[in-house]
Design a protein around this ligand. Structure first.
Ligand SMILES: [Zn+2]
Length: 487
């Protein structure tokens, strides 16, 4: 299936309306950068903004002093997802569905627009938003992620109606305040012994932050993931390009990080986290792990490796988040956040019913007879799950499930499960948040377990950060308590 088709299917799953999907291809966006003397923060902001936008939207115009280089960023991002690039060009031809004006007002105000600024840790939206000379990537990337999310919520406003969304308006914030870390500084740091489990979309966003941190980063950074890049990854992975497809994710990211931080010992490990840990041996405790994994189960596995400190990043539906876990003394660990499910296993009929939308008696009969789906049954599954009828008509039920799986149509039992949404801006914001949590962990070294959980289309707030206590059913915390009582 082509990347464009996967995007279409994923949007269908979210909105269930084909008309909305065609809106993607009919929407025109413009990115207006400053016309001269582009400040460093504006260049950072515009680059990461365009990288996120071009992975989803096919029609983008670029104007401003650095428009040429932004067009290249846009082309690279689109090509990584095997998307067409002919809708991206230099120039200004209003009206647009949305204009993103970086570091100042747009060239004209005939179209809806969002004015965005950033400098250092600071982000600014609306009237008077400007950019500054700081090389700190945190404010620019955070502003870019929010702006790209706002484009989506603006253009899909009718579909999102009822979510209580409001435009950001005139608003500014010091990102450090959102993460209760006012003492963070732009300075070099040492990572000690850090292990990244999962080098997917959110980890790519964090990697871009590390790459663009202008002060030296040193220490050991182990990257464990067995996957190679697929063409669908290009829809969400920050600064992934088409030449990455088919190559190892850990090798590519390690190369990028070492190129910008020669003192960083970034070591690629082409293995899943459990194989990596088995090879490494269990006699050496983990100091810090960073979880950028795609399932609740794998995050639980990461937490069970019992690191002294853990950073977690996730996207889940419209929510994104990042957490810092330093367990002990009532504080939660990563396993506390993903306790073992205690619900009874679903029986097969119920499971197929939930997955296909066919009534349980029909499911039972289909399973027992192994006959193919009738036209009417296929229609029903198609309507419920948004897969083409011709893909499933005449197929036995057990063959229908893989089709649903491949297109991301199998409903998740639990809304908290990490959902693979095709939103580059969600992955970006999650990775930026994870990087801020990493800075907190390295620079502040506080003994705390806290999570930041944010609706991606809503105005971020410091109220979204919460203390994470111990979960009563956490096997890791139970085992640690037992071990201590036996000492
Ligand atoms: Zn725990």
């Amino acid at each position: 299936m082509s990347a464009a088709e996967k995007n279409r299917q994923a949007l269908l799953a979210l909105f269930g309306d084909d008309a909305l999907v065609s809106k993607l291809s009919s929407t025109r966006i413009a990115v207006a950068a400053p016309s001269a003397h582009t400040p460093t923060s504006a260049a950072l902001l515009a680059r990461v903004l365009v990288d996120a936008l071009a992975r989803l939207w096919p029609n983008i115009d670029f104007v401003g002093e650095i428009a040429d280089s932004l067009l290249v960023v846009g082309h690279d991002a689109a090509k990584a997802g095997a998307a067409p690039v002919d809708g991206m060009k230099l120039g200004w031809a209003p009206p647009y569905d949305m204009v993103l004006s970086v570091g100042g007002p747009p060239p004209d105000t005939t179209s809806p627009y969002l004015q965005i600024g950033a400098d250092g840790w600071h982000v600014q939206f609306g009237e008077g938003a400007i950019c500054g000379s700081s090389m700190n990537p945190v404010g620019p990337a955070f502003a870019a992620g929010l702006a790209a999310a706002q484009v989506f919520s603006h253009c899909f406003a009718s579909a999102l109606d009822g979510s209580g969304l409001r435009p950001l308006g005139d608003w500014s914030v010091d990102v450090r305040d959102l993460f209760k870390a006012p003492q963070l500084e732009l300075r070099g740091f040492h990572l000690q012994d850090t292990h990244v489990f999962g080098v997917g979309a959110v980890t790519h966003a964090m990697a871009w932050m590390i790459e663009n941190w202008p002060e030296p980063i040193s220490g050991e950074l182990h990257l464990a993931d067995s996957d190679t890049y697929g063409d669908g990854n290009g829809q969400r992975y920050a600064f992934m390009n088409a030449s990455n497809i088919g190559t190892s994710k850990v090798n590519a990211v390690a190369r990028r990080l070492i190129a910008s931080h020669p003192l960083l010992d970034a070591a690629p490990h082409d293995r899943g986290l459990n194989d990596y840990c088995a090879d490494r041996g269990y006699d050496r405790p983990f100091f810090r792990i960073i979880a950028g994994l795609d399932s609740e189960e794998s995050r639980r596995h990461a937490g069970l490796k019992d690191p002294i400190r853990a950073i977690n990043m996730w996207t889940s539906g419209y929510y994104i988040g990042a957490g810092q876990y330093v367990p002990g003394d009532g504080r939660g660990c990563l396993v506390c956040a993903y306790p073992e499910p205690i619900e009874a296993q679903l029986d097969e009929v119920t499971m197929f019913y939930k997955q296909t939308g066919l009534y349980p008696d029909v499911v039972r009969e289909l399973l027992d007879s192994a006959r193919g789906l009738t036209e009417a049954e296929a229609q029903k599954v198609s309507q419920a799950k948004g897969v083409p009828v011709e893909r499933i008509v005449g197929e036995p039920l057990r063959s229908v499930i893989p089709v649903l799986c491949a297109t991301g149509k199998v409903p998740l039992e639990d809304a908290k499960k990490a959902v693979d949404v095709p939103f580059a801006f969600s992955s970006l914001l999650s990775g930026v948040s994870g990087f801020i949590m990493l800075l907190r962990d390295v620079q502040v070294s506080n003994e705390t377990s806290e999570c930041w959980n944010q609706h991606v289309f809503k105005k971020p707030s410091a109220a979204m950060i919460k203390i994470e206590g111990r979960h009563v059913r956490c096997v890791r915390c139970d085992a640690n308590a037992l071990a201590r009582s036996g000492e």
